[in-house]
Ligand binder design. Structure first.
Ligand SMILES: Nc1ncnc2c1ncn2[C@@H]1O[C@H](COP(=O)(O)OP(=O)(O)OP(=O)(O)O)[C@@H](O)[C@H]1O
Length: 256
């Protein structure tokens, strides 16, 4: 459902942030990307929905290359790709339900979007999604009064309002305490298992990756150095993903 082929990116035209990155994400699976700081995880995620324009490669989302779409085609394609951020990216003075409703802005006319005009059905759906993430009672609270874990759950409900086929999560638990981490990861896991939504997550926590992922991609210095089922993520494989000199030996695809 998502296949990335030979993705390359340099921000300054000199240093390569991504070199020939290829991997696939399967429907209904949780795929976790791990790797050292600066390895290129965020660049990969943001290239998928073209928040960052990469330099080369293919990003096939439902067989369409995201890199070849014009503005309106890209806008349409993005409506099926949810995004969850480390810092939640909510509009803090707005209520939880208003933020969730923003998830369907991409499907609205400019005028309806500008004046935040939502149908009764859309409001009902937003309430149901808040219920799904355990926040029905907080629907009319301003997001600035919610905890970090609650804000991230609003972010998930907002992504679900898009009816996504895939949700991209950039370090979704980096700012959360252990209890909120489990709540958020359980919700993401359940979306994949119960609803068949693909979930692609950048993470720093290897133990969380091992617990929740079906598949793990290891990135080091802009290259894929591990691409396998979570059961294959041995301690040796983790050491290889995080090693400092991985770039000096060409392809280090770990052999199991
Ligand atoms: N806007 C930018 N301009 C220039 N270089 C950038 C920019 N964003 C990222 N980079 C560089 O690209 C490389 C990959 O960065 P990226 O943020 O994708 O890594 P990451 O694995 O997500 O790191 P972290 O785990 O610390 O978030 C790094 O060398 C980084 O310095």
């Amino acid at each position: 459902m998502l296949t990335v082929k030979h993705l390359a990116k340099s921000y300054d035209g000199e240093k390569k942030s991504l070199t020939d990155v290829s991997f696939s994400v399967r429907p209904g699976e949780v795929t976790v990307i791990i790797g050292p700081s600066g390895a290129g995880k965020t660049t990969i995620l943001r290239s998928i929905n073209q928040l960052i324009r990469d330099d080369d490669g293919e990003i096939l989302f439902d067989s369409t290359d995201m890199r070849q779409l014009n503005r309106s085609q890209l806008r349409r394609a993005r409506t099926r790709i949810g995004m969850i951020f480390q810092n939640y990216n909510l509009i803090e003075p707005l209520t939880a339900i208003e933020n969730v409703l923003h998830g369907c802005l991409g499907t609205k006319s400019n005028l309806a979007g500008m004046f935040s005009i939502y149908s009764a059905d859309e409001k009902q759906e937003a309430l149901k999604l808040l219920e799904k993430v355990g926040l029905r009672d907080f629907a009319y609270q301003q997001c600035r009064n919610l905890s970090g874990g609650q804000e991230q759950r609003v972010g998930i409900a907002r992504a679900l309002m898009q009816h996504p086929k895939i949700i991209l999560c950039d370090e979704p638990i980096a700012s959360l305490d252990p209890k909120s981490t489990i709540t958020v990861m359980d919700i993401l896991r359940n979306l994949a298992t119960a609803e068949g939504i693909s979930v692609l997550i950048n993470l720093h926590q290897v133990d969380i990756a091992r617990h929740y992922a079906d598949h793990v991609i290891g990135i080091n210095n802009g290259q894929v150095v591990f691409d396998d089922a979570t059961s294959a993520l041995t301690d040796v494989a983790v050491t290889n993903i995080y090693r400092k000199d991985a770039n000096q030996e060409g392809s280090l695809m770990y052999e199991l």
